[in-house]
Write a protein that binds this ligand. Sequence first.
Ligand SMILES: Nc1nc2c(ncn2[C@@H]2O[C@H](COP(=O)(O)OP(=O)(O)OP(=O)(O)O)[C@@H](O)[C@H]2O)c(=O)[nH]1
Ligand SMILES: [Mg+2]
Length: 271
Amino acid sequence: MCATCGCGNDEGTRVSTVHAHDHAHPHEHPHEHPHAHPHEHEHMHAGVPVGDTQTRTLELDILAKNDTLAATNREWLTAREIIALNLMSSPGSGKTTLLVRTLTDLGTQVPVAVIEGDQETLLDADRIHATGAPVVQVNTGAGCHLDADMMRKALESLDPADGSLLFVENVGNLVCPAMFDLGETAKVVVISVTEGDDKPLKYPQMFAGANLLVINKSDLLPYVDFDVSACTEHARRVNPGLDVVVVSATTGDGLTGWYEWLQHIQPQLAV
Ligand SMILES: Nc1nc2c(ncn2[C@@H]2O[C@H](COP(=O)(O)OP(=O)(O)OP(=O)(O)O)[C@@H](O)[C@H]2O)c(=O)[nH]1
Ligand SMILES: [Mg+2]
């Protein structure tokens, strides 16, 4: 996890708000990547190389601190009756496409807001902004996940309305985001059919912690070797109560199942 992969600090993290007429020019921003070459650094803690036991202690410290901040976020969200969904997946599974479609279809029924997580660029925030939804982009630099402190900063910047349905698109990564509680109401893992139906077995932590599995890109099923039943069975082997919906974010097939799950979370939605 992150104490060993080198992404466990927030140096280089930036939170950006996307405003109307304020389009992104990411090339104009300085890009500082103080930890962009973890292979060149020896892992040090208190001046000594970090061995297995020390690495584990450092991991636990990071996660304990994160859990404390996440609990504060959860209280903050609960006090405002904001429902926050943490969307996680490998890069490119279709999180932003699903969100754009969802915001377009449901966006005016309840207040909505989005926090976008990516290592670099405002590209996803721009796509969300085009739907009219309030959005902030968190760029994590070398980091490979959002953490509770980034979430807190993003909430301060975004200031979602009371009663909002808040979507948090995590950094594309099927490993580290599973470790970091953000204070969200529920976790949604998205997998696309081009990734292989064995992923729940190979990356069990992500699926074990999720409340919903969205299997996306169902329109590509005729062209790829992906067994929906096997994927579902693999996911439920690590998480027996996991809800599963099969959708195509581009064609709209199966989205009713996704919207019904959202309605279960936010009963004010009509689907
Ligand atoms: N065929 C097909 N393509 C899709 C579908 N959903 C998304 N895509 C495509 O998959 C690519 C990645 O989609 P994104 O929505 O950017 O994926 P993402 O998970 O947000 O990616 P990252 O933010 O980089 O992790 C794009 O080319 C989309 O058009 C789908 O249901 N079917
Ligand atoms: Mg995206």
